[in-house]
Write a protein that binds this ligand. Sequence first.
Ligand code: NI
Length: 391
Amino acid sequence: MPIVNRVADLQPDIQAWRRVIHENPELLYDVHRTAAFVADRLREFGCDEVATGLGRTGVVGVIKGKQQPGKGEIKVIGLRADMDALPIEEQTNLPHASKISGKMHACGHDGHTAMLLGAARYLAETRNFAGDAVVIFQPAEEGGAGAAAMIQDGLMDRFGIEQVYGMHNGPGIPVGCFAIRPGPVMAATDSIDIKIEGLGGHAARPNKCIDSVLVGSQLITALQSIVSRTIDPLESAVVSICEFHAGNARNVIPHTAELRGTVRTLTPEVRETVEKRVHEVCEGVAKMTGAKIDLTYERGYPVTKNHAEQTDFATQVAKEVAGAQNVHEMPPLMGAEDFSYMLEARPGAFIFCGNGDSAGLHHPAYDFNDEAIVYGTSYWIKLVENRLAAS
Ligand code: NI
């Protein structure tokens, strides 16, 4: 069976919600308006419970199926969408473009929220399942670890969630197609902040100075040897130093310099190794140059790791919605996702839903593709109806 027929009827409403959310983007935990919109809709649909304020501004809706689950069957699954936007100036010139300068839904979280609302409406109408479907709307996916905040607020235990599923739109994946893989699907992301203190002075007397620019350059080069010379070539890791700040005159050797960058890895072992090597490289370059090097290495989101059984199951559901030929196994991405915290707390799977030939995520010309709504929404519905199958 392809997309759920009723979803085609609901599409105009879901699209309208999506565009309202798109016009009013909010950042990180400050998603009050979006969260209120979501909570209002969930109450309208007749959810059995609507909880707000989890992880500060997260919203949860509980929809009970017509039947009780049998003994030993899965009783409760969680479906998660994210609500936050990005600090980007939108350049789409669309009628529903952001009304708020400097903020935009450039990652499609507007679409994720609207599709999960659509599924909630359908599930509350039909209730053709046994057990509880818990719809989760989180704040602060974009760097604020909103998923972790909701878990700390008791998300999993309070609602008895046994398995959890997530979805992201995928630019470059045709509309009507899905992509998924078992195991690591998105990277862990860590941040590197380096402060170099050399000895400033006259550009013509370098022998009296410790040149913080040269120290920074040596650091960058040495850091690049970590991936190429300590990580197994069959494993994946990225070390990117993306900021280098130093100096403000052509004839002054600057006293200090600062570097900032990011580390991406797909396994805990590689993550451990890269972190250790970054420390060692900093210590080594400090010794070699006589500069003082202060490293702050901070761990961010963990690896988003799909669980095998739930990934198989999600793949079957996607095939049912989109056709077997339209569901593909994908390579892992080196971007990061805070759904990783939910997959550390409970088994589950994260899937990509085709957004067609749109601009890339986090690009000022990006827009969520409303043509994808029927596929994403049908996936959520079928996921609930198959996993919590009524007898
Ligand atoms: Ni995103």
